[in-house]
Design a binder for this molecule. Structure first.
Ligand code: AR6
Length: 340
């Protein structure tokens, strides 16, 4: 998945490069900076001394030493004042310059902390938005896997109204079906057992009378096999054309990487994961029925037994096709994100 939000300690990320939320001296500090220096060992500071600092919004690179990454990219984020002192532009530069440096060093995977959102006081939700927007923009013309590593889910104050609406919707749909329906069916089973009619609910239907001829000659089966429906890949390509999108626009909007997209396109019977199928439905802005159709072609269904499905259903019904926003909601609810 090109852009993924994960909850982890950034010093544990096995990627080509991790980004350090440093200060302009590059001589270490607290927070992520302190954790990175501790995990990398003293050689990191030795190399940093030779870099002669780093201006706010710029980025410099060193080796990773004892860290499980090849490089550390150090960037100095802006200190939050009131949002009217160029903080957003400077923070955007931090991400942009770090990504460009990573690309220059042929990094295929990079992990970022939420720069400036700790000691430097940048409001977490806004810091996350800058990170997501800048990284998404960069990924439009670069193939790279980028992780935003967060320590806590507090960063996800995003659209708290939307989040509340979704939680209410989950309560309505999920809780209703999971509590009321089973309780009702259990009540009926108990009642029927009590009345000696449990068989009516539990037993499999009786087979048809044996005298009925078996109507499945080879010709009928062949005929049915010749009428196999449009495949997932065929529907995907058709919808991309109908929506006047390019392949790249579609898989980038779906947060799916190019290799996986090509695999789906070139292997006619390829069955994507449910998260991938849903990601394409979102990227193509399909209606709920079209989404169900597309999922079915990959062998899945939208189910009210799954909270993740309810979230996606809610987003489709309310016209929210922003995959990053949907993934933030899924992340906050500890559910698997869309894409891959
Ligand atoms: N892994 C992932 N995220 C972390 C980790 C970790 N190990 N530790 C903290 N965070 P901060 P800043 C989160 O303060 O705001 C240093 O002293 C944390 O929850 O590290 O850019 C530097 O030397 C927060 O959301 O960086 C500078 O002087 C985010 O990482 C100054 O702090 C960034 O918090 C830079 O401040």
């Amino acid at each position: 998945m090109p852009l993924e939000i994960v909850r982890n300690d950034i010093t544990k990320m096995s990627v080509d490069a991790i980004v350090n939320a440093a200060n302009t001296t590059l001589l270490g500090g607290g927070g992520v900076d302190g954790a990175i220096h501790r995990a990398a060992g003293p050689q990191l500071l030795e190399e940093c001394r030779k870099l002669h600092g780093c201006r706010t919004g710029e980025a410099k690179i060193t080796c990773g030493y004892h860290l499980p990454c090849r490089y550390v990219i150090h960037t100095a984020g802006p200190i939050w004042q009131d949002g009217h002192h160029g903080e957003r532009e400077l923070l955007t530069s931090c991400y942009r310059n770090s990504l460009e440096l990573a690309d220059k060093y042929h990094c295929e995977s990079v992990a970022f902390p939420l720069i400036s959102s700790g000691v430097y006081g940048y409001p977490k939700a806004q810091a996350l938005k800058v990170a997501m927007d800048t990284i998404t923009q960069f990924l439009l013309d670069h193939d790279m896997t980028v992780y935003i590593v967060v320590f806590s889910k507090d960063a996800f104050e995003v659209s708290s109204k939307l989040f509340k609406d979704i939680e209410a919707y989950i309560d309505d749909v999920y809780v209703d079906e999971h509590l009321s329906a089973p309780r009702e069916s259990m009540r009926m089973r108990l009642q029927s057992r009590y009345l000696g009619k449990a068989k009516a609910y539990d037993a499999a239907p009786e087979p048809e009378a044996r005298s009925t001829p078996i109507l499945a000659p080879q010709a009928l089966l062949d005929d049915m096999l010749n009428q196999v429906d449009e495949s997932f890949a065929q529907m995907l390509i058709r919808m991309i054309d109908e929506k006047h999108m390019t392949d790249a626009q579609c898989y980038k909007r779906a947060n799916v990487d190019r290799r996986l997209f090509n695999k789906i396109k070139n292997i006619p019977d390829y069955k994507p994961s449910k998260q991938t199928a849903l990601a394409f439905a979102i990227a193509l802005e399909l209606s709920l029925n079209e989404t169900k159709d597309m999922l079915m072609k990959a062998g899945f269904a939208l189910s009210h037994s799954s909270k993740a499905d309810i979230v996606v259903e809610y987003c489709i019904m309310t016209g929210n096709y922003d995959i990053m926003e949907i993934n933030q909601i899924l992340f906050k609810l500890d559910l698997q994100p869309l894409g891959y």
